[in-house]
Design a protein around this ligand. Structure first.
Ligand code: KET
Length: 517
């Protein structure tokens, strides 16, 4: 039974299906060396569908290959073996190529190493997490990983907080089960996380105006919110700072939410371009989402002052924009959880509706537990209930419900006065260690660099990172010559630096800065 024929310049192919043998034949001759453009490929696929054979990838490579090589072909595609058909087909193609005068049925018995995923290209390494992979592969003793923002001890070892160990012991003693959590997460976690962020006495909490949903750490919470924006704010775009944490763009791109940048960093002053920031936020369409780093801006380490936050709030309010805070470093900027919640609480006090994504990766060192939350502050408890129901609806098909372990740790630590106090002390310790290496690095840079360059910007930056001002080539030189692993935007994580390595790092920075263009 002939299912259809297909013609294009230089080739003449016919599809023949033989139902009783559950087979599909592609018969044809190619006289010109031509490839198979996508439009032609679609026609073939349509024929293939009409013939009741569903393996659209099949023809793409093989028919294209045959046509390109001007090889007469008579191929049998066996539906019974559709999963191995591409391999078999390739073998056919090879067989034909080797015996190009042959025109006849070709055996499919031999499979060669060609994948159904042939069209999948290699993705580039992640600009941040890829640095850790490269670091692992380096065998030098001098190597230093200042790429990812992850806290290390003075011995450059990962650190599990004592309060986390204590909370885990409590969980073991209680013999907690591993039942599914509700879609919105652990109730005790959702309560303490909102309290920690907004302050337990905040009226928005007392009046039930906050929709809090536990999600997969900061990234997952941002992604859930992005899906929410995509669904409910069809025309809205998100404004993000230039520069910003590299993953922000991926998150909004994948969620199909349009974004544009507002000015933030001024390389001349190595400080905040506040006028540029205000102007760009003002110029954006009314009702845009404005992504703001709640504290310890990543990668610059430069935050607006309280006065500047107030001015920003004025403009955002005037423009009817919706603030969207990313709070990944609460407690890590100043060492105080309350001080670092200043910006969010200010906007809430002003009565704005807003979103906040929270993460416990850094401040509780729970990187791998994937624990965080998305909070949406609404102007009524009714709106909050509806928003929460929709966040749950979005989460369910994405990951169903969040993991419980990290949620219990946070609930135990934040919900218990003794552990909470211990946590604050440990956080001060971590923030303090970072401040010490910051100071030591600055001291070495100022002493050793005889060019008179002013390195004091390093001391003005806050949080885990320092934005060194090194360009891409200089950053690459840091890695290639000095084995110092860092992101190509010139960011170094001071959380991965020890006092004893500061001098080495200063030498590397001075060399790269002055000797590489
Ligand atoms: N927001 C910001 C600003 C941020 O720097 C990170 C992580 C996150 C959110 C998300 O973290 P999560 O672990 O999903 O809660 N930043 C570091 C790690 C990373 O890139 O994933 C970093 O910049 O090194």
């Amino acid at each position: 039974m002939i299912s259809g024929s297909y013609q294009m310049t230089g080739c003449d192919l016919t599809l023949v299906s033989i139902p009783e043998r559950k087979s599909l034949l592609l018969k044809g001759t190619a006289t010109h060396g031509i490839g198979l453009p996508m439009t032609e490929h679609r026609k073939l696929v349509a024929l293939q569908d009409a013939a009741g054979c569903h393996s659209p990838q099949l023809f793409k490579g093989v028919a294209g290959d045959l046509i390109a090589r001007k090889i007469p072909s008579f191929l049998r595609l066996d539906r019974m073996a559709s999963s191995v058909a591409p391999l078999a087909l390739c073998a056919s193609a090879v067989a034909i190529r080797e015996n190009s005068k042959a025109f006849g049925r070709v055996s499919m018995a031999v499979a060669v190493n060609v994948s159904r995923f042939e069209s999948v290209t290699m993705a580039p390494p992640d600009p941040i997490l890829g640095v850790s992979e490269a670091f692992k592969a380096d065998t030098s003793d001098a190597k230093l990983n200042l790429g990812v923002g992850a806290y290390r001890t003075e011995e450059l070892q990962p650190y599990v907080l004592n309060v986390v160990r204590k909370a885990e012991n409590l969980m073991l003693e209680r013999g907690e089960n591993k039942e599914y959590l509700p879609i919105e997460g652990l109730a005790a976690f959702n309560k303490v996380t909102a309290d920690l962020l907004f302050g337990a006495n905040n009226t928005v909490i007392q009046e039930g105006k906050v929709a809090t949903v536990q999600s997969l750490s900061g990234t997952g919470s941002l992604r859930l919110a992005a899906a929410f924006i995509q669904r409910y704010f069809l025309d809205a775009k998100v404004l993000i700072s230039s520069p910003t944490w590299g993953n922000h763009k991926n998150i909004f791109n994948d969620a199909r939410v349009p974004w544009s940048e507002y000015r933030y960093y001024d390389p001349r002053t190595v400080g905040l371009d506040f006028d540029g920031m205000l102007a760009d936020i003002k110029a954006a369409p009314d009702g845009s989402f404005v992504l703001l780093h709640g504290c310890a801006h990543n990668p610059t380490g430069i935050d607006p002052t309280p006065e500047q936050w107030n001015k920003l709030a004025d403009i955002i309010q005037d423009k009817n924009h919706i603030p969207f805070f990313d709070v990944a470093y609460q407690g890590f900027a100043s060492g105080s959880l309350d001080t670092d919640a200043y910006s969010v609480r200010l906007f809430v006090e002003r009565g704005l509706e807003l979103l906040v994504a929270q993460s416990y990766s850094k401040n509780l060192g729970l990187y791998a537990e994937r624990i965080g939350a998305i909070n949406v502050v609404c102007s009524s408890s009714d709106a909050a209930a509806r928003v929460k129901s929709q966040l749950k609806r979005l989460a369910r098909p994405m990951y169903s419900n969040p993991p419980v372990h990290g949620a219990r740790i946070v609930a135990n630590v934040v919900g218990d006065a003794t552990l909470f106090n211990e946590w604050k002390q440990e956080m001060e310790l971590m923030a303090g260690r970072i401040k010490n290496v910051r100071q030591r690095l600055f001291d070495y840079l100022s002493q050793k660099d005889k060019s008179g360059k002013d390195w004091s910007f390093i001391l003005k930056q806050i949080g885990m990172f320092s934005f060194t001002g090194l360009n891409k080539a200089q950053s690459e030189h840091m890695t290639n010559k000095w084995h110092v692993y860092m992101t190509k935007d010139g960011r170094i994580s001071l959380a991965g630096l020890s006092l004893s390595k500061c001098e080495y790092l200063a030498d590397a920075i001075i060399d790269s800065f002055h000797n590489v263009g």
